[in-house]
Design a protein around this ligand. Structure first.
Ligand SMILES: CC(C)(COP(=O)(O)OP(=O)(O)OC[C@H]1O[C@@H](n2cnc3c(N)ncnc32)[C@H](O)[C@@H]1OP(=O)(O)O)[C@@H](O)C(=O)NCCC(=O)NCCS
Length: 146
């Protein structure tokens, strides 16, 4: 039974492990500072006491005011395809809506078309590209929740 709940500091090691398994591109300690500023939009998926996925949503201010950004989402490989990512995304979208933040965006690597489809099913649409966005030069596809 998978439980979706807010991140707490004790989950830090579990989140970092999944981050390493799935991307290894963010500074681990970044997650702790993200949490401190965005407690209401940081969720984990737990199975029998172990963290098996997470989503870190952040609130930012841009040209058009306050918006939500899905900074990062990952689910442990062994749990892929079981609906955990969908539940995490639904949780973070609902949390932004609760904060009256309706404008939610995210970036995804241009090769990751599986993830693009995953986000489309959750109501995101492609709104643009950011060329050379990632440190290794890969382009980002920009998506926005409708
Ligand atoms: C993207 C991710 C979080 C989805 O989590 P999940 O728990 O597997 O998601 P769900 O089970 O709710 O949904 C999976 C669906 O999305 C599709 N999907 C998601 N990512 C995919 C990918 N990279 N390639 C192919 N399909 C993908 C699956 O095929 C599946 O479709 P189906 O329901 O028709 O079978 C997970 O694949 C992951 O951690 N990927 C690595 C990190 C990553 O790419 N993060 C997103 C970019 S920041």
């Amino acid at each position: 039974m998978i439980l979706i709940r807010r991140f707490k500091p004790g989950d830090f090691a579990g989140v970092i492990e999944i981050e390493h398994e799935q991307f290894s591109e963010h500074d681990p300690y970044l997650y702790m500072s993200l949490y401190e500023l965005n407690m209401n939009t940081f969720f984990v998926a737990e199975d029998r006491g172990a963290v098996v996925g997470f989503v870190a949503g952040i609130t930012a201010v841009g040209e058009y005011g306050v918006y939500g950004r899905v900074f990062s989402i990952a689910v442990r490989e062994a749990y892929h395809g079981l609906g955990v990512g969908t539940q995490l995304m639904k949780g973070v979208i609902a949390a932004f809506h609760q904060k009256k933040i309706m404008n939610i965006t995210l970036e995804v690597r241009s090769h990751n078309l599986g993830a693009v489809r995953f986000y489309q099913r959750l109501g995101f649409a492609v709104t643009g590209m950011e060329y050379g966005y990632y440190t290794d030069g890969e382009d980002a596809i920009i998506m926005r929740h409708r």
